[in-house]
Design a binder for this molecule. Sequence first.
Ligand code: NIG
Ligand code: FE
Length: 411
Amino acid sequence: MRQLIINIKQLCQVEYAGDQARNKVAGADMAVLPSIDNAWLLTENGRIQGFGEMSALQEQHADEVINAAGKLVLPAWCDSHTHLVFAAPRDEEFVDRIRGLSYEEIARRGGGILNSARKLNAMDERELYDQSFIRLQKVMAQGTGAIEIKSGYGLCLEGELKMLRVIRKLKENAGIPVKASFLAAHAYPMEYRENKEGYINLIINEMLPRVAGEGLADYMDVFCEQGFFGIPETERLLEAGSKYGLKPKIHANQLHHSGGVEVGVKHNALSVDHLECVGDKEIEALKNGNTMPTLLPGAAFFLGIQYQPARKIIDADLPVCLATDYNPGSCPSGNVQLLLSIACTQLKMTPEEAINAVTINGAAAMELEQEMGTIMVGKRAALIITSPIPSLAYIPYDYGNNSVERMIHSA
Ligand code: NIG
Ligand code: FE
């Protein structure tokens, strides 16, 4: 199957095989999005076969010719942090927060993550899969072409396995790359509130061997935060995960300067995610490691808390990745276009920086840089074709609206 896209107004985020392989972009380079105006692109059997300027297009046989006059073509978004598998929304807590309760207060009285866990444990696997699949289809239509999904609403052996099996089934059926993170350390279940050590032991001694034994997870996640999992607990959990080959990819510094960034870097985490509370100390730690700083401004927006200091991180010559954090509590939206609008308006990222953050850097935060994240010959043909729009900046500018007209998801 060959698809030829012609008359592309702007082909964005191109990369040439002869270039030095870029697996992420950092600092001032984030402002650059290599593009070709008036371009063509050819796919063959789900891979990018070639691209270039229209003026140099030679005659090509194709099964489908797509005329993209006035439209932009980009690599699909790589959303490297989501909790897309959940049983029910939490709109009642949304109203509680409007009335003045904080996210932490709601969690302390047994709501929040524990509320989601009760509902998930009461739902059978089939139903959980069906509604998660619908959610995944929806974000795929909005531009997402690769996604990471976490467990963490089971908080018991059976519940965590159920979630991870649902994620595995999504992996098998979605037709896009899906990565799974094991996040039993998301909150302490009620019955372990006075026995935190007991819950950590349960994760390490009973859950991890089963999860690893069934090959259900790619990464090990921990909600490292005051009032959730502290530094010593996080270190124990990450070390236990690494014995099973699970790289760390953790929640850090959302609510406090909790030391999560430093601990992530120390344990060679693939990414540290959230980062609302980041100062010089955390930036210094990031500069001494290879860990991707991943910002989740959709959660800061929805919780009404401070935004992440993206400019400070970029000015320190670091890379920035953006992800949605799609979940029923702190960010009930998996729409990357909306995320781009928030990143531009609130974090003061330029459209080019924001798009680098959800393409090449998003791919790197899921170890998919060989397959996704740029328009390069041989990579997956995971492509966004926009509606006719005036410019790249129009995507985040036109906030709350959809600029994605058609998706090509290579199977
Ligand atoms: O990334 N911060 C921890 N976990 C999620 C929220 C989960 C929830 O509230 O259900 C987050 O924001
Ligand atoms: Fe999260």
